[in-house]
Write a protein that binds this ligand. Sequence first.
Ligand code: UN1
Length: 509
Amino acid sequence: MNLKELSSLKLSESNLGSSTGSNWFGSGSKIDSYSPTDDKLIGSVLSTTREEYEKVIQEAERAKAIWRDIPAPKRGEIVRQLGNKLRAEKETLGKLVSYEMGKSYQEGLGEVQEMIDICDFAVGLSRQLYGLTMHSERPGHRMYEQYHPLGIVGIITAFNFPVAVWSWNAALALVCGDVIVWKPSEKTPLCAIACQNIIAEILKENNLPEGISSLVIGDAEVGKWIAEDERIPLVSATGSTRMGKQVAATVAARLGRSLLELGGNNAIIVTPSADLKMTVIGAVFGAVGTAGQRCTSTRRLIIHESIYDKVKESLVEAYKQIKIGDPLDSKNHMGPLIDKAAVQMYLDALKKIKEQGGNILLEGKVLEGEGYESGCYVTPVIAEVENHYDIVQQETFAPILYLIKYSGDVNNAIALQNDVKQGLSSAIMTTNLREAELFLSHNGSDCGIANVNIGTSGAEIGGAFGGEKETGGGRESGSDAWKVYMRRQTNTINYTTNLPLAQGIQFNL
Ligand code: UN1
């Protein structure tokens, strides 16, 4: 793979540092982006300095006054153009995602499809930013609410969905009348530059200020500038719980608003009536897809003792079919981990599983030899554990699947599934209506996403995406997630010649 194949994304060398005519600048320290697939240098990017950050925010401030004045359906038209350009670039951008991040090409395409879908959703939304009308308690008064743009929205994203998570935030924020400043993961800067080039071109074609969509590149320090910045009323951050706690505290200290989408520890409950074939497909894709690096990846299977051995054997069989290798080769199911640090975390987790009493059914190792030169390819692991082990309580971003046995009724399984600090995604495999409904009830799963007879990953953009507890409580993407990108205003209008006071108060002058 080389960048020439992706020339339409305009990632030429000259483009990777200084201003590209769009609102991002870099002259700071150099970030080299190596592909985890073959360890080759894809490109070097210069990070954004503090002075450049200031310039970017000032541009964004100027742009926000223009953008919020454009009617929402007209803003939707710009997002429609973004969706169309993404359709045209689906293969190239999907390839870049696959090459820079390491997920399979199919998943890279899937990620760009999510971007297209959220653009479509946002276009419709641009005519539906509804507020309610209320009946006033006072005669001759009208009361209603409106949603107004917030201003600048900061978007901090992780490496695992290097383009889609930006788009969930960007498409909604833009139709809501906000301008956006994006800090992508420094592990996938080229994906971010490609997206920035796409949107910058659309803004230019429409004679709109480039500050409507900006990019700042760098490490956690740049994230901190955004979190501290009083000019940024909303910070949407996706990543680890550790990062989220820092962002949340910093934003809260200035009473800003944050939207957090953090770690998961997602489980599938496998009940005695589960369809075994569906369970295996759902669990294997959930655990091994994206090499276990989705926040919705399946980490735990909570299996009833009566079918435990059968599920275990089927899984081990299925895992033997998994082909690991170059993610751009469609015969492979699983690509590499993002980098060597991730490989080390995987190895540390394996050690801890053993130390804490786990039984590893499929041993993990780092693959060597032809095609695996990057040192980032690992084998997927299945381990029998107990839910309370420290290592099981944590999210390890790697293809490690924990098997946990439950006995008695489904309440015991639900208790185990909820007994972790995270609360993102969950699922139950059952053909028993009572179990399914209990799982979805207030006594059931405590997660933001609860599924029946599908796995934990692969959420559609139409639903609100996010989770509870240490997952951070934020909701992105579909349903009414847009409301967090706007400020709500209640308006009361008196169309009489009297001034009656609310609550019947008399105030005679
Ligand atoms: C993430 O891992 O940050 O549900 C997002 C899914 C995808 C999104 C995952 N639609 O797996």
